[in-house]
Design a protein around this ligand. Structure first.
Ligand SMILES: [Fe+2]
Ligand SMILES: [Fe+2]
Length: 276
């Protein structure tokens, strides 16, 4: 299987053909399917796909990991660029509004609600975990044994009744069963990387996790060093054989610590191609 990072916060040095933005979008090719996972913050992922030579029209379906606009801001562009492709997402995204107060004033960071309403007949809602293709599961994380990212405390949602701390029921991960073991795509990991890994093993009944790909949601700030060191300790103890690929919402301080502490860590930017 091949995973191409269509857009990420970072660009490799001397890369002139692609653009970066605060957001994430990945294109996944397996033996059975081609899948677009997340659409970044705008339509720029489509421009990058063209420059890389990937035809999004060939995708069998799209998958939205959660309701934040750095992952689904470009969903309207996807609907307009391709024909008749369904988009899987958690049902709560259609009824909730999401907010961040991390950079001071409270900002609405929800999806493009107009696009969702306009193309509602192409949205396939998911509740809980379920198999969505021969070798792929959508996983809703219910596991809470390990700490969730500190950065979650700046994130709230209006659940239709009132504004509450976001518990991330709207977050889904993509989990593939491959001959090498599970391959998990978890673009923002608000539920916590290790919680998501444990949930994927529980739902699929498979024990080995070959690779975990996504942002870890470790944000710069007072708790970053502690939470990253704690994560590195847990990975060394519980998942020393899994390969982790990260970028997007894993901040520079966290990346530096992970690079020093873990042999099984890799970093991605816009345009990175991961071969499994
Ligand atoms: Fe994100
Ligand atoms: Fe997010």
């Amino acid at each position: 299987m091949t995973i191409t990072i269509l857009i990420d916060n970072a660009l490799p040095l001397n890369e002139n053909n692609l653009v970066a933005e605060h957001g994430l979008s990945l294109y996944i090719k397996t033996d059975n399917n081609e899948i677009l996972c997340d659409t970044g913050a705008s339509g720029r992922f489509l421009d990058n796909a063209k420059s890389i030579g990937l035809d999004i029209e060939k995708s069998h379906f799209a998958f939205i990991s959660h309701g934040h606009n750095d992952h689904c801001g470009g969903i309207g562009n996807f609907f307009e660029a391709v024909t008749l492709k369904n988009v899987y997402m958690h049902k709560d995204i259609l009824t909730e509004q999401y907010y961040s107060s991390r950079k001071g004033a409270v900002r609405n960071i929800s999806c493009n609600n107009d696009a969702l309403t306009r193309h509602i007949n192409r949205i396939v809602t998911i509740e809980g975990s379920q198999q969505i293709a021969k070798d792929a599961f959508a996983i809703q994380c219910k596991e809470e044994k390990f700490t969730k990212p500190y950065g979650n405390r700046f994130l709230t949602k209006n659940n239709g009744e009132k504004v509450v701390f976001d518990n991330f029921t709207h977050e889904l991960s993509l989990c593939f069963t491959t001959p090498q073991g599970l391959v998990i795509i978890s673009p923002c990991s608000h539920c916590g990387v290790i919680n998501i890994m444990e949930e994927c093993r529980k739902v699929t009944g498979r024990d080995k996790i070959h690779a975990f790909i996504g942002g870890f949601h470790f944000v710069e700030g007072e708790k970053c060093i502690d939470e990253t060191e704690c994560f590195a300790n847990d990975i060394t103890k519980y998942y020393p054989d899994t390969i982790f690929y990260t970028g997007h919402c894993t901040c520079d301080t966290a990346k530096e610590i992970l690079a020093k502490r873990l042999e099984n860590i890799r970093f991605f930017t816009t345009g990175t191609i991961i071969e499994i």
